[in-house]
Structures are given as C-alpha cells and as structure tokens.
Design a protein around this ligand. Structure first.
Ligand code: 5AD
Ligand code: SF4
Length: 434
C-alpha cells in the first residue's frame, strides 16, 4: 500500500498542513497521487469549526469505501481528529483505520504501517512545541505560498473549538521563516501568505509580529505579503505604519468582528467593545486610507436579541467592509459556550438574520467594487481559464479580490501586472491590461 491521497477541508492552515503531510509521506516512501480513486490510502484533513462538518466527513468516508474493489485505508486528520476521536473510533458503521491530530503528522508513517496490519490506530496528542519548522511543504496551490509562522490559540473565544483541536500558541523562529521565504523566492514565488490561528500574536523570544513582518518584507524578490487570520486585539501602531510604508506588504486586513453588540462580545470573550472596534477601524484607515478590510460575523450567538443583531448591522454599515464572511452560530462540543449557554436563538431567527445581513453586505460590496472602475491596480495571475471561458485570465488584486482579464498569450501564472478595472459585480472585478 503505497499511493496516498489527502483531501482538504476547512481553513488555509489545513491547506498548508496537507502540504506538510505530503512531504512527510513522500520522504517515507509513499507516492502522492492526484485522484482519490487511484490511492491505496485516503486521508481526509478535516475541520470542525462549524455545523455539519462531521456529517459531511461521515458521508465522504462511506462514499470512498463504496464501489472499491481493492482494499483502501481511510484516515482522519485535522481538527475533527482531536475533537471527535472517540466518536470516530466508536462508530461501528464507519470504518476508519487511523486518526492523526494536527500535531501528530510526523507519526503518520508509523500509524499507517500499524493500520496496514489491521489495527485501528490513533495519535491526537497536542504539543506545545511542534511547528514543523524542519518540514518543507510540497506546495501545490498556484503562485501563492502559504507559510505557517505560528500554530494554536490561547484566546478561548467562548464559541470556538480551535484551542481544543489545535492546542497552545507556539511560534517558529524568525530565521527559519526568513530562510523559507528566501527559498521560495529562489523557486520563483512572488507572493507569500503568513498563516496562524492568531497570526499577529506571533512572538518568538524578542521578535514580535511587527519585527517579523519587517524582516520578511526585506527579503529581496518578495513582492506581495499577506497575513491571516489576525485578532483585533494585536494591531499596534508600529505594525500599521510598517504596512503603510512597505510596498510589498498588501494593504489588506482581516478584522473578525464576530458581533456588533458589546454585551455579546463580552459573552464571546472577544476582549473589545463595539466602540473599541470602530475606533481601531478609524485608526487603521487614518494610517492606510485605501486599506481593504474583511471580517467574520457570527449571528444568533446565545441570548442575542433582535436589537443586538441590529447593532451588528449598524457596524457593518458604518465600517463598510470589502468582504464579510457571515455564519450562523453553531454550538461546538467542549467550548465554554456549549457548557455555559443555551443555544437559544431559533434556527428561523438565525436564517432571517443571515439572509438580511448577506443582502446588506452584497450591496456594500457592489458599491465598493464599482468605486474601483477606471482605477489601475496591480494583480497577480493565478489561473488561466475562468468559469465562463477557458482562455480568460483569473487573478487577484492587493485586496485579495478576484479580477478577470481577457485572454493574453504573453501572460502566465505568477505574473504581476498592472491592469485597469473596467467592470464590477459583487464578487469579481473585470479588467484590461494597460
Ligand atoms: N459557530 C459559528 N461560526 C463560528 N466560527 C468559529 N466558531 C464558530 C461557531 N461555533 C467562525 C468565526 C471565525 C470563523 C473562522 O468561523 O467567525 O472567525
Ligand atoms: Fe477548521 Fe479552525 Fe481547524 Fe481551521 S483551525 S480546520 S477553521 S476548526
């Protein structure tokens, strides 16, 4: 049994982890294949941040098993592995051969070999030290390279499962990160995205996140730097000034608001009030007037009233984020919210709120995208071929918005070029080469 396939769910950290897993396995004699059906060992790198993730994975396991003539080993990796280990092992109808949590990927060769012997195996121990800094990921997702600079989370927002699935915060050394960026540049990469569950809580000995950004942006040849996902609590002025100063740091900030009511924010343990959040947005814009802001919102957190929901609406209208990812609250096992609060906002109310807020945000986004018509922007080419036309070019601007361009034989994936924006929908911009 030598051919492996990893299917990825969830966040960018999981995308990165799949790349780590591929390196670990190929170094140990396995061959990574591109099709699930061609593999002898199939792994699902799972997410458990919201609702139906489990059901989706259970269905997928059945689907993989069905219609297989030759035997296949099925493994569960990622956040569900830590959080649902017992469920996964006890479920008789579900045949899982091995389970590995986010800090156990170096043990995969052993787990797989034990599972090949017919034994169900697992390792979901969380580590305070594992950063995989000695593993060079097998990159496979186009011209952007993900780099995890820290892992884990110490914040304990009451709704969130991540501290339980991914453990305590730990950061890689700046030297090790800078070396990785230099290697990437040598291999032709122009864009990196620094990743962490709390990316701006990065801290390694004397090096803060601001110091790290300074070092990374000084690497010769790196032209675009993004980072995600930050927490609003860690945006010192020196970081914002550095972002404004450096051409290669993209003026894009993800600022997860979660809720507009200060009472709900307190219950969520977010450590800021509505007023503080709005003050921070003003401060950021005073330093970077053209910054692109995105956010995450949770609707229907326990006890959220209609009036409190309206405060979220009010903040969205005030800030006018470029993008908002809006979710219905979903109770997660083991979290403080699950233990202390009743999930008492009805599904109907949550649905009503999400439809309303998505419509408002769609209008804002369309307006903001239309403001860009006629402007020149620098884009990074990601793909040749759009949903509409195999020859159109798909790219991303500095605000991480998709820009579609007409076919052009002189352009290839990874090129950075100036374009003029000619049209806008809520989801994409269209442009032409200048
Ligand atoms: N219910 C709904 N949304 C959640 N998120 C995290 N946990 C939950 C939950 N229990 C959302 C948050 C977070 C994003 C990654 O997922 O908005 O920022
Ligand atoms: Fe999902 Fe959070 Fe785990 Fe990422 S860290 S895979 S978003 S639960």
């Amino acid at each position: 049994m030598k051919k492996v396939f990893v299917e990825t769910y969830g966040c960018q950290m999981n995308v990165y982890d799949t790349e780590l897993v591929q390196t670990i396995l190929t170094k140990n004699g396995y061959e990574a294949v591109k099709e699930e059906t061609a593999a002898d060992i199939v792994m699902l790198n799972t997410c458990s941040v919201r609702d139906n993730a489990n059901r989706k994975i259970y269905n997928r396991v059945h689907e993989i098993r069905r219609g297989r003539k030759s035997p296949v080993l099925v493994g569960i990796l990622g956040c569900m592995a830590t959080n649902f280990k017992t469920d996964l092992l006890d479920n008789k109808a579900l045949k899982i051969d091995f389970i590995a949590g986010p800090d156990s990927y170096k043990h995969l060769p052993r787990l797989i070999s034990e599972a090949s012997g017919g034994e169900k195996t697992f390792d979901v121990t969380l580590s305070e030290f594992e950063t995989y800094s000695d593993i060079d990921p097998t990159r496979q997702t186009g011209p952007n390279a993900w780099i995890a600079i820290m892992r884990g989370c110490n914040n304990y927002c009451t709704f969130c499962v991540v501290p339980y699935t991914r453990g305590r915060e730990r950061s890689r050394s700046p030297e090790n990160i800078v070396e990785e960026v230099e290697r990437l540049v040598a291999n032709g990469y122009k864009q990196v995205t620094l990743l962490g569950q709390n990316v701006n809580s990065y801290s390694h000995e004397e090096t803060s996140f601001t110091n790290l950004m300074d070092k990374v942006s000084q690497v010769k040849g790196i032209e675009r730097i993004f980072f995600t996902s930050p927490h609003p609590k860690d945006f010192p002025t020196d970081l914002l000034k550095l972002m404004a100063e450096r051409d290669n740091i993209c003026k894009q900030i993800h600022m997860p608001l979660q809720a507009g009511s200060s009472r709900i924010l307190k219950k969520m343990n977010r450590t800021y009030t509505k007023e503080e959040f709005l003050g921070l947005v003003d401060h950021i814009r005073s330093i970077m007037p053209d910054v692109h802001l995105s956010t995450d919102i949770i609707l229907g957190f326990p006890t959220e009233t209609d009036e409190e929901y309206m405060e979220t609406e009010e903040v969205l209208k005030k800030v006018r984020f470029d993008t908002a990812f809006i979710f219905k609250y979903s109770e997660r096992p083991n979290t403080t919210a699950e233990r202390l609060f009743k999930d008492d906002v009805s599904e109907e109310q949550k649905k009503h709120r999400i439809i309303r807020l998505n419509a408002i945000q769609r209008d804002i986004r369309l307006e903001k995208n239309r403001e860009k018509i006629g402007k020149d922007q620098e884009i990074l080419v990601e793909k040749i071929g759009s949903r509409r036309d195999p020859n159109e070019i798909q790219a991303r601007n500095e605000g991480n918005t998709v820009v579609i361009l007409p076919s052009n034989k002189d352009i290839s994936v990874g090129d950075l070029v100036m374009v003029k924006i000619t049209d806008a929908t809520p989801d994409v911009l269209r442009g032409e080469f200048v």
